[in-house]
Design a protein around this ligand. Structure first.
Ligand SMILES: Nc1ncnc2c1ncn2[C@@H]1O[C@H](COP(=O)(O)OP(=O)(O)O)[C@@H](O)[C@H]1O
Ligand SMILES: [Mg+2]
Length: 285
């Protein structure tokens, strides 16, 4: 097993010494080459778990292991891509991608060649000489992906990487990441609070619950790729996930609702409900 989380809990000491349980008894196994989504409302501990796997934080109890070894800190086998990627503003695209290779002591020619290769993978070849501020949000996230992938990590840890993008750009990047995943065979752990994104992208979705943060359900998505967002099987799974999450959201701050139920989803869901109605009336197919 590539990643194994065993009975992991995480406490934070908050104001007035209050001990807050961010994660409670989490168990998770991720196989080499798998694409797993961690889905749940904000505050359920997704980032905390990702950071622990990355070695940027440590568990209070239990264990996180990669390749059979307990995680004690960051390593070259794991790279994180964040929502707002901290690209170096004073470096061009190609220099940003090269940076990690330079730190790793790779000689100039080789690292330039590799950086250009990965820029091509994320369709940014034309923008090799541009600075991050000259790129769109979607292009910056592509650049962040190239910068992560060029290090050839075993595991790509992605924390809501497309959350700040408009719907169309997000859809395009989801498709591209899916292709990159298929072509490179990377293991991807992808955090999102967007149900459709989790279902379109992942082999398996871990649905989190809050109070305390934990994995409530795991759902396999046995639908071949490329997946059509309008696929009835996906729409039915979306409804199922939404119901699981609805119970959760009701227990949290109602203000969190918007994180899960985006207005654009409503049309899909009502059309889905009509279709389900058609199925139950026997008029399906
Ligand atoms: N360093 C910290 N100190 C105190 N509380 C924290 C810290 N990091 C996260 N938390 C709390 O832990 C919970 C889970 O946070 P997080 O993992 O960021 O959730 P998510 O990524 O699912 O939105 C939240 O309630 C958050 O306030
Ligand atoms: Mg988070």
């Amino acid at each position: 097993m590539l990643v194994e989380i065993k009975n992991l809990s995480k406490f934070f000491i908050q104001k007035a010494g209050h001990k807050f349980t961010a994660l409670s008894h989490v168990n998770l196994k991720v196989r080499q080459g798998e694409f797993v989504a961690l889905l749940g409302p904000s505050g359920c501990g997704k980032t905390t778990l990702l950071n622990i796997i990355a070695g940027l934080d440590h568990p209070s109890a239990g264990q996180a292991a990669v390749d059979g070894k307990t995680v004690h800190g960051p390593g070259p086998d794991r790279v994180v891509v964040f929502q707002e990627s901290a690209l170096f503003p004073w470096l061009t695209s190609v220099q940003n991608v090269e940076f990690g290779l330079k730190v790793a002591g790779i000689e100039a020619k080789t690292r330039r060649r590799k950086a250009l290769e990965y820029l091509q993978m994320v369709q940014l070849s034309q923008f090799a000489g541009e600075f991050p501020h000259q790129l769109s949000g979607g292009m910056r996230q592509r650049l962040a992906m190239a910068r992560a992938l060029v290090m050839n990590p075993k595991i790509l840890l992605m924390d809501e990487p497309f959350a700040a993008l408009d719907e169309q750009t997000r859809g395009k990047l989801q498709g591209d990441l899916g292709e990159i995943w298929e072509n490179t065979g990377k293991t991807i752990i992808f955090v999102t609070h967007n149900i459709r994104e989790a279902l379109i992208m992942a082999d398996r979705v871990c649905i989190f619950a809050t109070g305390p943060g934990r994995i409530k359900r795991e759902l396999f998505i046995p639908i071949p790729r490329p997946r059509n967002p309008e696929d009835t099987r996906l729409l039915l799974m979306e409804k199922q996930v939404r119901e699981i999450l609805r119970e959760e959201i009701a227990r949290v701050n109602p203000g969190e609702r918007k994180n899960i139920q985006e207005p654009a989803d409503e049309g899909i869901i009502s059309s889905l409900e009509r279709r389900i109605g058609a199925i139950s009336r026997g008029s399906w197919m």
